[in-house]
Every structure is written in C-alpha cells, then in structure tokens.
Design a protein around this ligand. Structure first.
Ligand code: ATP
Length: 210
C-alpha cells in the first residue's frame, strides 16, 4: 500500500533524515518514534506529498491516503454531523449514500450526543475526536497521522485505538507519529535516530513547499 525507498527529507533547508526505506502492507501500522525535532512531521508531510523528497521515492496507490496533521481543520460554523458529511463529500463519498459511514464515525468517537453542536462550540478534546472521526468517512485506506491523541483523555485514546484497530482489520494501513503507547502490539516501530541526516546543502527547492 505504501513503499518508501532510500528517502531523504528536509525542512527549512536542512536535511533531517536520509536512507529511510520501508513498505507497508494492508492491515499494518507503523509508529514513527524520535525526540522533538527528529523529523516525524516532515517525514509524514513528505509521505503525504505535501513536500518533495530530497532523494528517494514514495510510492502510494492513487487516491488512497489521507493526512491528519496537528490542526483539526474543522468548519467552525457547521455542526458535528455536517462536518462529517462535508468531509465525506470532499473525499467523494456520496451522502446520503455515506450516511452509514457518518453514523459509524459518530459512534466510533462517541460523538452521538454532540451531533448537532457547532464545531466552534466543542472543547479541544471534542474537536480532536471529531477530527479523528473524519478519517472514517474519507474511504481512504492509508491514514497518515501526526500526534493524533493530542488533547484526548484516556477514554478517548482508547476509542481512537479501537477505531484504528478496526481500520487495520478491514485492510487499512497507517503511519503515525505519537509519543504515547496506543496498546497496538501489532504495530511496527520506526526509530528515526539511525536515519538522522549528515549535514549537507539542500538548496532552496523544499523551501518553496515549506
Ligand atoms: N518551516 C520551517 N523552517 C525551518 N525549520 C523548520 C521548519 N519546519 C520545521 N522545521 C524544523 O525541522 C525540524 C524537524 O521538525 P518536525 O516538525 O519534522 O519534527 P518532529 O519530529 O515532528 O517534532 P515534534 O515531536 O516536536 O512534533 C525541527 O528542528 C524544526 O524546528
């Protein structure tokens, strides 16, 4: 579902990681680990196609990925349900055809009682739950997730872990940067330390996409 070969990534003109290679099969998850500033976000952005690699190759099945970054990116004036329906349409999942997916997403992240509330009026953790619920209505099989559990309490982390497990069991895959243990023994771990780039000039190419 995802193949990465000899990838080097840079941010702000500085090479961060090099020689990264891995393949991700359906049903698999990979957790990126490394201290603050190691390059987890930069690697995820490169996998998502938001910035070009310095070297190497990222091969993804067409139209198969969705990227959830730090920002929730919700529509503040739309309700919880409207946000999910909007996101489904953005990803080409027809609503009401996708109404079942919206309902399942509401249930997965325990948003049923908040379904008519505007996103602007949600707490930080509730916004994050809605941001994660949106993954379920995208129909995308590869989830790229940057610190998905920020702002979540323990119960919500458990809901998210269950949702992710369901996604993997259905043939999905995920790459995620997280500092916490999600209790997913089946997930692989990629420690970024050994891939730290040696200092080099990168040119200005990546700056255009920063
Ligand atoms: N636009 C930018 N310009 C210059 N440097 C940047 C830019 N964006 C990120 N960086 C730097 O690139 C490095 C890698 O950042 P990145 O966000 O990928 O790390 P991370 O591993 O995700 O960190 P964290 O765990 O703190 O989220 C950091 O040193 C950061 O300061």
């Amino acid at each position: 579902m995802l193949k990465v070969q000899n990838l080097a990534v840079a941010r702000g003109g500085v090479a961060l990681l090099e020689g990264v290679s891995f393949a991700l099969m359906p049903g698999a998850a990979l957790v990126l680990r490394g201290p603050n500033g190691a390059g987890k976000t930069t690697l995820l952005r490169t996998l998502a196609g938001l910035q070009p690699p310095l070297e190497g190759e990222v091969v993804v099945e067409g139209e198969s990925l969705t990227y959830a970054a730090h920002a929730d990116g919700l529509k503040a004036m739309l309700t919880v349900t409207e946000n999910l329906a909007f996101w489904a349409r953005v990803h080409g999942v027809a609503v009401p055809g996708g109404a079942g997916a919206v309902q399942a997403a509401l249930e997965a992240m325990n948003l049923g009682s908040l379904r008519e509330r505007r996103a602007a009026d949600l707490s930080a953790g509730q916004k994050r739950r809605l941001g994660l619920a949106r993954l379920m209505v995208t129909g995308r099989r590869l989830w790229l997730l940057d610190e998905p559990t920020v702002s979540l309490d323990a119960a919500s982390v458990g809901l998210f872990a269950a949702m992710l497990r369901l996604h993997l069991a259905g043939g999905g895959a995920a790459v995620l940067a997280t500092h916490i243990d999600l209790g997913l023994p089946e997930a692989g771990v990629l420690e970024l330390g050994p891939y730290r780039a040696k200092p080099r000039q990168t040119g200005a190419f990546d700056e255009a996409f920063a």
